[in-house]
Design a protein around this ligand. Sequence first.
Ligand code: 5GP
Ligand code: ZN
Length: 114
Amino acid sequence: MDDCLFCKINKGEIPAKKVYDGDEVFAIEDINPQAPTHLLIIPKKHHATLLDLTKEDHAMIGSIPTIANDLARERGLDQSGYRLVVNCGAGAGQSVFHIHFHLLGGRPLQWPPG
Ligand code: 5GP
Ligand code: ZN
């Protein structure tokens, strides 16, 4: 998608601090972190929201929790705990319409979120 922020970051057209780069998924540091660790794990294929996924995406999406585990372990969050969350739709707080998983940790996290 030509006008999509995360597609542009994936293509290197907009800078970001990349912390993981795989065949189908990459991860960056969030520009406005809400916790000491706040990463975005992003499929390279453009889908606006989780609702756009199909069966073709099962393997790629299924890889994300283990990618998150690796990133969390590198930061010691396997000991303190971390949260992996997706906002699906504007009503749930989604502001960038290219699927991304937030990985948050490094401070106590409250539940339920606001
Ligand atoms: P959402 O609100 O869609 O669930 O999350 C979008 C996230 O993208 C927000 O946490 C926001 O801080 C982050 N974000 C927005 N613009 C940029 C950017 O240009 N670079 C990076 N690294 N993160 C961004
Ligand atoms: Zn996109």
